[in-house]
Design a binder for this molecule. Structure first.
Ligand SMILES: Cc1ncc(COP(=O)(O)O)c(C=O)c1O
Length: 387
């Protein structure tokens, strides 16, 4: 199993904190945004005599309300098309376990969410990366390039939309091209849409579930973690109209009994979150993104592309080894009692030797903290490079 590039430097950040330093966490997608009051109140008001298992597919009332939420997003699904999972993480594991046998191949647009590597390894699946570069803004490679990667062992293409770690958003046209490809080669198109609401430039999010004609191929992964700033709830879901896929996924769901009970109650209540909450949160993230990119652009030798969605970006730094630099920032560097933690980006690639000089930055902190954190990064780079 690979280490998580997001968490592997945690012992160094803990030591830095023990020394009394303040550490700005740009490494992890843990938002500082408040969870909606309706969800917190639902937990406070819980009156249960027994903390029971729920249905393996999750509470019916929750799935029903979720299907109404999806309808508002123009995604037409029924309760039987939804299995509630322990986070999007478990939904990804179910999707891979359901669609792939050991040794099968999964094509993934690289760089990708680092745990796709871990989930694939845990499922005995081989990741076949299709590389995009910072120079093209991580644009989707040509369909020809995808087609070249397809072998008899290929079972699925996995995308993340909007993308972690790049913030890339797939246009309707790109989704249609992918749809034609999976239809032609009879593959699954697994779309991780946990950041659906987080788009900043008026781009319309195009869900895999909206594409006519690939209902049997489409699997959507979702989560409450980021949408409602409820990462600790550990609630997500797997969605598909393919009955065989869902009945196989149910076997995985039954084997782990049920998703968490209290957190489903909170997640169901979270669906009543007023639109004003999202308006505020999206505008806050947009401001953070603009602040982060503006500040990073000021550092000589740094290359960064403006993310269109989610709350991450990949920054290429004027260094050779981001692993070493990130550890050095925590172990050896401070600016007025503060330092910064970033995630080395190599772990977001499966191709060896790629992304070594890149880091992933999560803009989950307030603007003034982002400005301080980038200042530390800037000064740190200059000290590190003059060693
Ligand atoms: C793209 C993506 N998918 C899935 C997950 C898993 O989230 P969770 O298991 O908290 O729902 C994350 C978490 O950061 C993510 O960034």
């Amino acid at each position: 199993m690979p280490e998580s590039p997001i968490r592997k430097l945690t012992p160094f950040s803990e030591s830095a904190k023990k020394k009394g330093l303040k550490v700005y966490h740009l490494n992890i997608g843990q938002p500082d945004i408040k969870t909606p009051e309706v969800a917190i109140n639902a937990i406070k008001n819980i009156q249960l005599d027994i903390l029971e298992y729920s249905h393996s597919a999750g509470f019916e009332s929750y799935r029903k309300k979720l299907s109404e939420y999806y309808l508002r997003q123009n995604v037409n699904v029924n309760i039987e098309d939804i299995i509630i999972t322990t986070g999007g993480s478990e939904a990804l594991l179910f999707a891979l376990g359901t669609t792939m046998d050991h040794g099968d191949e999964l094509i993934v647009h690289e760089p990708f969410y680092a745990n796709y590597n871990a989930f694939s390894i845990a499922s005995g699946v081989t990741v076949v990366p299709i590389i995009s570069t910072i120079e093209t803004g991580f644009a989707l490679p040509s369909i020809d390039a995808f087609e070249k990667m397809i072998t008899p062992k290929t079972k699925a293409i996995l995308i993340c939309n909007p993308g972690n770690p790049t913030g890339y958003m797939y246009s309707e046209e790109e989704m249609m091209r992918l749809a034609a490809l999976v239809k032609k080669h009879d593959l699954f198109l697994i779309s991780d849409e946990v950041y659906r609401e987080f788009t900043y430039d008026g781009d319309i999010h195009y869900s895999v579930m909206n594409i006519k004609g690939i209902e049997e191929n489409a699997i959507m992964i979702d989560s409450v973690s980021k949408r409602f700033s409820m990462c600790g709830a550990r609630i997500g879901c797997m969605v598909s109209k393919n009955k065989e896929v869902m009945s196989t996924a149910m076997k995985f769901a039954q084997s782990r009994l049920s998703p968490p009970t209290i957190e489903q109650i909170a997640s169901e209540a979270a669906l009543d979150t007023p639109k004003s909450y999202f308006d505020e949160v999206i505008s806050e993230y947009k401001g953070r993104r603009d602040t982060l990119i503006r500040e990073l652009d000021k550092i000589e030798g740094v290359i960064v592309t403006k993310p269109k969605g989610a709350f991450y970006c990949i920054a290429q730094l004027p260094i050779e080894n981001a692993d070493d630099f990130a550890q050095w920032l925590l172990e050896k560097y401070e600016l007025n009692g503060e330092t910064v933690m970033v995630a080395p980006a190599a772990g977001f690639y499966s191709s060896p030797g790629v992304g070594l000089n890149q880091v992933r930055i999560a803009y989950v902190l307030k603007k003034e903290d982002l400005i301080s954190a980038v200042r530390i990064l800037k000064e740190g780079l200059s000290v590190y490079n003059s060693k």
